[in-house]
Write a new protein. Structure first.
Length: 123
């Protein structure tokens, strides 16, 4: 009798593990695409009078315009808050940089250049 009860206990434990694995896979199949969609829909860049605001998903970066040193056009595929490979690399502070990909790249560079006259622009 004890042996049968033990087998049943092992069987139910195995089923519990299977259910937990199914729940984890289903949550991953639902949550991961939602997070990716959030990053895709909530990525934008705003140039204010005194800073560049980079918003991507739950993250936000504020770069004061006086700290921007230079920018260059690039196709660097590194992970960044950029949805396209038509990117701009913005260098600020001493060793910091960020890659972004505004829809209208040329117009973005013009506006940023007008707000940041000290900034160097290179191709």
């Amino acid at each position: 009798m004890y042996f049968c009860n033990r087998q049943w206990h092992i069987w139910t434990y195995g089923k519990t593990i299977q259910y937990i694995c199914v729940i984890i896979v289903l949550l991953g199949a639902i949550i991961l695409p939602l997070i990716m969609l959030w990053f895709w829909l909530a990525t934008y860049y705003v140039i204010t009078d005194d800073s560049l605001i980079i918003k991507y998903g739950p993250f936000q970066t504020n770069i004061p315009l006086h700290r921007i040193q230079s920018l260059k056009k690039t196709r660097n595929p590194l992970s960044s808050p950029a949805l396209s490979l038509q990117r701009i690399e913005i260098f600020y502070d001493k060793y910091s940089s960020v890659l972004i990909s505004p829809e209208k790249r040329e117009m973005f560079i013009k506006v940023l250049s007008s707000k940041c006259p000290h900034m160097k622009v290179s191709n």
